[in-house]
Design a protein around this ligand. Structure first.
Ligand code: ADP
Length: 256
């Protein structure tokens, strides 16, 4: 299908005999921000790791920009940026040095690295502290460095695992703006979250995962119609489907 940058067919992962991701069929297009929503333990990280090629599926296929992640891993990975939920940084490097290191790892041509690194440092508001060691950075600042480094090779697919955890509201807002800008440029953004509000605010389309099964998918409007309980909010539906207490509390606080 046209412009599908992320595709999974029957994607399945078992640990031993226990299936944790079950026959997942997903498609995300360029220009789209897709929210992969589900409670903790529903299989989000496992899925994302299979999309990156870091984890071998038990069954099924993954295509990134049309490249089969198993048969053409180099091509697929060159198109992908992955932002894990607990990114590791080298504390003894500065933000600027880290960007240069990652650019070199991705084989960005030398004459391009400098300009692109400075552009990203500007974009993320990191210039003032770009020569300080990362070990002294706050969580939010570190995440900006990780995001900046993820964009240095100009990926067409961005995979983010719980990117808003630990971010203050201002940083979360910046992240949203940035992802929207990436999408406008034609990138496919895939982000996982266990918080409904994040998915609703940040994403064009949402898939709801429960115990490794995609139980609903579509725009928030489509989801409401699909579940078809008439009059129920998406919040009610998500709670009913997944039974997440954290979302229940959030929704209650929103109603005040
Ligand atoms: P999420 O990201 O949605 O919180 P995960 O993908 O991390 O969920 O985990 C899905 C399920 O797979 C959980 O029940 C988890 O305990 C299990 N799991 C994850 N990694 C492993 C592993 N290496 N070995 C066995 N079980 C695992």
């Amino acid at each position: 299908m046209e412009n599908v940058l992320i595709q999974t067919i029957g994607l399945t992962k078992r640990y031993g005999t226990v299936p944790v991701v079950k026959s997942l069929n997903l498609e995300v297009r360029g220009g789209e921000i897709f929210g992969f929503l589900g409670p903790n333990g529903s299989g989000k990280t496992t899925t994302i790791k299979m999309l990156t090629g870091l984890l071998e599926p038990s069954e099924g296929e993954v295509f990134i920009c049309g490249y089969d992640i198993r048969k053409q891993p180099m091509e697929a990975k060159a198109m992908t940026a992955y932002v894990p939920d607990q990114p590791r940084l080298y504390g003894k490097l500065s933000a600027r040095e880290f960007l240069h290191l990652v650019a070199a790892l991705y084989r960005v041509p030398k004459d391009i690295i400098q300009g692109r690194a400075e552009q990203l440092l500007d974009m993320f508001g990191l210039q003032d502290r770009a020569d300080e060691l990362l070990e002294g950075y706050s969580h939010g600042m570190r995440q900006k460095v990780v995001l900046a480094s993820a964009l240095i090779h100009q990926p067409r697919v961005i995979l983010l695992d719980e990117p808003t955890v630990g971010l203050d509201p201002a940083s979360a807002r910046q992240l949203k703006d940035l992802l929207q800008e990436m999408a406008r440029q034609g990138v496919a953004v895939f982000l996982s979250t266990h918080i409904l509000e994040i998915a609703e605010r940040m994403c064009h389309r949402v898939g709801i995962l429960k115990e490794g099964v995609l139980i609903a998918e579509g725009s928030t409007e489509e989801l409401r119609q699909k579940v078809g309980h008439g009059g129920e909010s998406l919040e009610d539906i998500f709670l009913e489907l997944t039974g997440s207490q954290e979302n229940a509390e959030l929704i209650e606080s929103l109603g005040e």
